[in-house]
Design a protein around this ligand. Structure first.
Ligand code: C5P
Length: 397
């Protein structure tokens, strides 16, 4: 429920700023109070008058605006809202945030706030893909900043690719997820999802058929109950949900490191289909067909992320949930797996091809806990996720 919430909306300089006017309308329609801030660059794209008229309150523009200071200091302004949204978030604003600069009103508010911050980046494709921006992005994600977009598409500058600001309704959905109030408010839950890719050489890898759909639905369901979610995902088919902290990885080793960096957490759900093996010696160059015959691929075991976390002596999440994708004797294998890995719950499912579960929209699971096994009826992956999130909320409550 967004009604009654208070958003501090910082409008940066970019052609996408016109969409922020629509964003204000969409938020107002939902009963949200919007306090707008317009950067100097933003003013080149939309007028303070349009912003104030739509928001129904004066727009803040300058750090040392004495009238505004008399009414409300910048520190107070940065903390009065439930959430700070930056749309469009320019490369410049991201760089300032990553570097901790505070030379103007927007960057000062972002540095001074104790509230969560959601960025909707918008910039030219090359600016977005530039190493500096990508570096800033990962710093900001590490700081817990939330992101929505950017999307791929035609850009005002005539290029095509990532850099288009998310549409106003996508931003509204991300705000909704970031503000979700529920039984998991104040709890941090870590979720792994998707397959992992284990390189053979620079162009080939070992993978599996996981789409990431179930893990993504679980992350969304947890966020909808108010959890702060760290979502560690391999290269999945489905996009990550809005309102969660996304950490993208390729290999099992990277996933383990991202999970360890993401702790502590109140609960952790390991929905990723991690490759059990990796190539012992991935080649730095493309392996050539040739007289040497068929190359032999020596495999070596990947770290078991679930078991590593479930068996942590200190700092173990209070609730550790694993998955067991089996093709036969599901209950016996999954029950043994729960004991072997040391996790609290196992969500077991039958992924034999006839079930259509792997890569499909539905799932039929059995929840195995210390109390025993519970069969859930076949339902959509979103429903499985919602039910699991409810159980997690009850367990952490
Ligand atoms: O051993 P198996 O792969 O069947 O175990 C499945 C569970 O263990 C899942 O929760 C999966 O996310 C997790 N897992 C892991 N790291 C691995 C292998 C599996 O976290 N290397």
């Amino acid at each position: 429920m967004l009604a009654g919430k208070h958003i501090l909306l910082i409008i940066g300089g970019g052609i996408a700023a016109y969409k922020s006017l629509d964003l204000i309308r969409r938020l107002k329609e939902r009963g949200v109070r919007v306090t707008p801030v317009l950067t100097q660059a933003g003013e080149a794209f939309v007028t303070p008058l349009s912003v104030s008229a739509l928001a129904g309150v004066p727009v803040h523009q300058k750090l040392l605006d004495l009238t505004a200071e008399a009414e409300m200091g910048h520190i107070e302004l940065s903390r009065a809202a439930d959430l700070i949204v930056v749309a469009p978030a320019t490369a410049d604003l991201m760089a300032k945030m990553a570097g901790g600069l505070a030379g103007d009103l927007a960057s000062t508010l972002l540095l001074a706030t104790d509230k969560r911050v959601l960025l909707a980046p918008a910039m030219n494709v090359r600016m977005w893909t530039h190493a500096a921006t990508q570096r800033n992005l990962s710093v900001l994600k590490g700081d817990g900043i939330l992101f929505v977009g950017p999307n791929d598409g035609d850009m005002a500058c005539g290029e095509f690719g990532p850099g288009r600001m998310a549409e106003p309704l996508e931003i509204v959905a991300a705000i909704d997820a970031a503000l979700a109030d529920g039984p998991l408010r104040g709890k941090h839950v870590l979720v792994t999802s998707g397959p992992t890719h284990e390189p053979i050489d620079p162009v080939r890898y070992i993978a599996n058929r996981s789409s990431g759909a179930q893990g993504t639905a679980i992350a969304a369901a947890l966020a909808a109950l108010g959890a702060e979610v760290t979502f560690v995902t391999g290269p999945a088919d489905v996009p990550p949900p809005p309102g969660v902290r996304v950490v993208r990885v390729e290999t099992a080793q990277e996933m383990l490191e991202a999970v360890q960096a993401g702790l502590p957490a109140d609960a952790a759900v390991f929905a990723a289909a991690v490759a059990d093996w990796k190539v012992a010696q991935a080649q730095g160059h493309k392996i050539k067909k040739g007289s040497g015959g068929v190359p032999a691929l020596a495999l070596t075991e990947n770290p078991d992320i679930l078991a590593t976390v479930a068996q942590m002596k200190t700092g173990r999440p209070g609730l550790v949930v694993g998955f067991a994708a089996e093709t036969d004797d599901v209950l016996a294998h999954a029950t043994a797996k729960r004991a072997r890995k040391g996790c609290d719950w196992i969500v077991a499912n039958d992924v034999s091809p006839a079930t259509g579960i792997m890569g499909g929209a539905e799932n039929a699971v059995t929840l195995i806990t210390a109390e025993g096994a519970e069969d859930w009826p076949r339902m959509s992956k979103a429903e499985v996720a919602a039910r699991l999130a409810d159980r997690i909320a009850a367990a952490l409550g």
